[in-house]
Write a protein that binds this ligand. Structure first.
Ligand SMILES: Cc1cc2nc3c(=O)[nH]c(=O)nc-3n(C[C@H](O)[C@H](O)[C@H](O)COP(=O)(O)O)c2cc1C
Length: 358
């Protein structure tokens, strides 16, 4: 079973940070479907947390049900990252994670995210100071990185062992480079090389640090294939969970050699959307709830309207998505969901079958 430092996880499946998506409401939705061993906040600015900026505090919000939870920090200044780690420890983090994978200019220009792959001395200082800051709280420090910056220059397999010597307790590896951003398919061989390098290092040094693979897990067999191909100890899932919050439950069954459970019924899927709305209204407000649901319905919609017509084509749910995008109030959204549940708002099946992304 996956253990990160002193934290024993119930499964080896992790919900990824996805900036703007994996807020408290969504983390709870995913957890309630089962199979989530650890969920992580979206990337947090330590400066924002320390200043008490409302948007940072909203992103860092957690509660008793949202456990165990990783809080992910980004930045390039060791002292500030360490202060951010202390803040996280004092505000409900089970684990603190350092973002070493974000490819966005705004983050990398300030030496954060995947820029840390290119400035190992700073990265080591960050890890060293964060580990020291977390020691009194007995909270493990982890990192999430990409394979490297340029496609032809692997970095993670060399950097990860050095970070382990500084006290990192788990390494999540997204099998892409910064140059790739989110293009192409995940490089399982690249993940495998990091698993091997960390494994060799742990054997020689006596550490016990799991590597968690990440990238392109959309269906339960993908998680099993990633573990079998790379030898990773756990799997982190991001975008797949946005359309399929029950994916962790499915993956957990399949990686344990059991049958994939039946897909939730339409009524159950709609209950998930309603639950997500209710959580957003509880933890945030109507404005936020409407903003999120209008863009998130495309993701949920990938798994709605999957019933097929006489010729075996999915019926689709384009009218439902349009109704939700046009909704002015949560009441409008609930009534669109009700109409869909009653058999209406179907259509656009071909588009659904062909669309690759929300
Ligand atoms: C819109 C978006 C936002 C993301 N935000 C974060 C983030 O805040 N922190 C992080 O470590 N990774 C972030 N990621 C990367 C994901 O955690 C994950 O590594 C990547 O999407 C590949 O996994 P997946 O194919 O399961 O989604 C983000 C990805 C996307 C698409």
């Amino acid at each position: 079973m996956l253990k990160i430092g002193n934290v024993q996880l119930a499964t080896n499946l992790l919900l990824a940070p996805i900036a703007g998506y994996c807020d408290l409401a969504f983390r709870l939705v995913a957890r309630r479907q089962g199979g989530v061993g650890l969920a992580c906040t979206d990337l947090l600015s330590p400066q924002g947390l320390l200043r008490g900026t409302a948007s940072s505090l909203d992103l860092a919000r957690t509660n008793a049900e949202d456990k165990p939870v990783g809080m992910q920090l980004y930045g390039g200044i060791p002292e500030i990252m360490a202060e951010g780690a202390t803040w996280a420890a004092e505000h409900g983090a089970t684990i603190v994670d350092i973002n070493m994978g974000c490819p966005v200019d705004k983050v990398t220009k300030k030496d954060g995210g995947s820029k840390l792959l290119c400035i190992p001395d700073t990265t080591i200082q960050i890890v060293r100071q964060c580990v020291r800051a977390l020691e009194p709280y007995n909270i493990p420090l982890t990192c999430k990185m990409r394979l490297g910056w340029f496609n032809d220059q692997p970095i993670a397999e060399n950097l990860a062992p050095r970070l382990i010597d500084e006290g990192i307790t788990a390494v999540t590896i997204h099998g892409r480079t910064t140059e790739q951003k989110f293009m192409g398919i995940v490089n399982l061989d690249g993940i495998s090389r990091v698993v091997d390098a960390v494994g060799r290092h742990c054997k020689a040094s006596g550490h016990n640090v799991p590597v968690i693979g990440n990238g392109d897990v959309r269906e339960a067999p993908d998680a099993l294939a990633m573990m079998q191909r790379t030898g990773c100890a756990g799997v982190m899932i991001g975008r797949g969970a946005l359309s399929t919050p029950w994916l962790f439950r499915d993956c957990w069954e399949v990686i344990n050699g059991r049958q994939c459970p039946p897909e939730p019924t339409t009524a159950e899927k709609l209950a998930i959307v309603r639950q997500y709305m209710a959580f957003m209204l509880e933890f945030r407000d109507e404005r936020y709830c409407m903003y999120q649901i209008r863009r998130r319905i495309s993701w949920f919609g990938k798994r709605l309207g999957t019933e097929t017509d006489a010729r075996g084509r999915p019926l689709g749910c384009r009218p439902l998505k349009e109704a939700v995008r046009a909704a002015m109030t949560p009441g409008d959204v609930y009534s669109a969901l009700d109409r869909f549940e009653a058999g209406g708002l179907r259509g656009g099946g071909v588009e659904l079958a062909e669309s690759a992304e929300a």
